[in-house]
Design a protein around this ligand. Structure first.
Ligand SMILES: [Zn+2]
Length: 443
């Protein structure tokens, strides 16, 4: 069971436990096995997000109320972890790789025969940047299940599937294009986004047509980011001109339209794509998994008076019968942040901004026993940086490694280092939970 740091210190002092991991700090009891112990169990609550995901361990106790003896449920947050995803870096890396390939094909290099066309993607395929989100969340949930007696998992389901809700079953593939909401939702969505007025002249209270920014005749698609609503005169005047030509004299309006049209659905679509797969993956952990909608989380959070962070949201995932007196009474004041750093790169060189090789990378990852990302302790006897430092190491081929400390980067010889924990692909840190929540009495 997660315990107080003082309790952990006591157990370690008496030799009753040993350290399993430094970050997150995990100990194991030596004088008892799990079968001999009585543990009440904890719940794992997850709030998946597009940039970060909150994972919280909670316990729920039944307490009898003073008056009348009614039994209420009291939820406490024990451990909070915020996982920071690296989907953007993955996407940028893949774009760069695609760029290199494109250049190799176009440049006058040796002939490369084309790879087979029309390769099918397997069912449930996700782009790497999204698959990473499912996999890292699963991997952290898996570890938490090993470190703590997790008995059940609660996940927030980010978005509603309006089509399958209205059909009353799960839909597949092209069924979505023939759903009962086709057309109506797109129009309603666009009207809402443009305040039921023409995107070009702002006129409202007139009939509005769905308009393509880049016309169909010029290869424009029907996706939402290419659509606006326009009044009939504007629609006629634009004809099959691209929007850049039509609004050439009104650059500010053009900029507004382009930015507002692009904003929309990528985060939501990404959440939709990953949500179902995450739930499916978590089911493999052998604990019951429950999905809850985001409105429930928000209601719980507002009723408890908590700020909006991923970890506090995660704490509020799952049902609370507030009418009967159920409540959240505490949360962990420090959040452990886990930034997905990756495990290095396959690239053999680092290019400059024009794509020319700038420096060569070594073939080896390990230098003098250390790999970038290892948690180390440096004891430096003399010099400017004399003292003891703990942090994440970034290795150099000559053995003069770079160490990230809270006060900045320092260079340290491999001889002065001691390994605390092998790198696991995450950069661990700590942040406090927002102060408004901490100063507020909860209940
Ligand atoms: Zn108009």
């Amino acid at each position: 069971m997660p315990c107080h740091p003082a309790r952990a210190r006591e157990l370690l002092h008496k030799g009753r436990a040993r350290v399993v991991r430094q970050v997150p700090f995990v100990i194991r009891l030596k004088d008892r096995t799990r079968d001999e112990s009585e543990v009440q169990g904890v719940q794992l609550r997850i709030d998946p997000g597009s940039k970060g995901t909150g994972l919280v361990l909670t316990d729920e106790k039944k307490e009898s109320h003073d008056q009348g003896g009614a039994v209420i449920t009291v939820r406490r947050g024990l451990v909070a972890i915020e996982l920071q995803h690296r989907g953007d870096q993955i996407r940028a890396g893949l774009r760069q790789r695609a760029g290199y390939r494109r250049r190799r094909r176009r440049a006058n290099l040796r002939y490369r025969s084309s790879r087979s066309a029309n390769r099918a993607r397997r069912a449930g395929w996700l782009p790497p940047s999204l698959r990473h989100r499912v996999e890292t969340t699963f991997s952290l949930a898996d570890r938490l299940c090993r470190w703590a007696p997790v008995t059940e998992i609660h996940v927030e389901r980010a978005a509603f599937d309006t089509h399958s809700l209205s059909a009353g079953r799960f839909l597949h593939g092209t069924e979505y294009q023939h759903g009962p909401l086709t057309g109506t939702t797109v129009r309603a969505h666009l009207r809402a986004r443009w305040n039921a007025g023409c995107a070009y002249c702002g006129m409202s209270g007139v009939p509005l047509n769905v308009e393509h920014l880049r016309p169909r005749s010029r290869g424009g698609s029907n996706r939402i980011s290419n659509l606006v609503v326009a009044c009939v005169p504007c629609n006629k005047a634009k004809g099959n001109m691209p929007v850049e030509t039509f609004l050439a004299l009104r650059p500010d309006r053009l900029a507004t339209i382009l930015s507002q049209a692009k904003v929309p659905l990528d985060d939501a679509a990404a959440m939709n794509a990953t949500s179902q797969q995450l739930t499916h993956a978590l089911a493999g952990l052998g604990r019951p998994v429950d999905g809850w909608n985001s409105r429930l989380t928000k209601t719980n959070r507002l009723a408890t008076g908590l700020d909006k962070t991923h970890t506090l949201d995660a704490l509020c995932v799952g049902p609370l019968d507030r009418a009967a007196g159920d409540r959240i009474v505490s949360f962990s004041r420090q959040v452990l942040t886990a930034k997905a750093n990756g495990r290095g790169s396959y690239a053999r060189t680092t290019p400059d901004k024009h794509g020319f090789p700038r420096l060569l990378r070594t073939r080896a990852k390990q230098h003098y026993g250390y790999v970038t990302g290892d948690l180390v302790r440096a004891v430096i006897p003399t010099g400017k940086w004399a003292g003891t430092w703990t942090g994440r190491v970034s290795v150099r081929a000559r053995g003069q490694h770079s160490l990230t400390t809270p006060t900045g980067r320092i260079n340290v010889s491999h001889r002065n280092l001691r390994l605390l924990q092998r790198g696991d692909g995450y950069g661990w840190g700590v942040r406090p939970e927002p102060s408004r929540s901490t100063s507020r009495k909860m209940g």
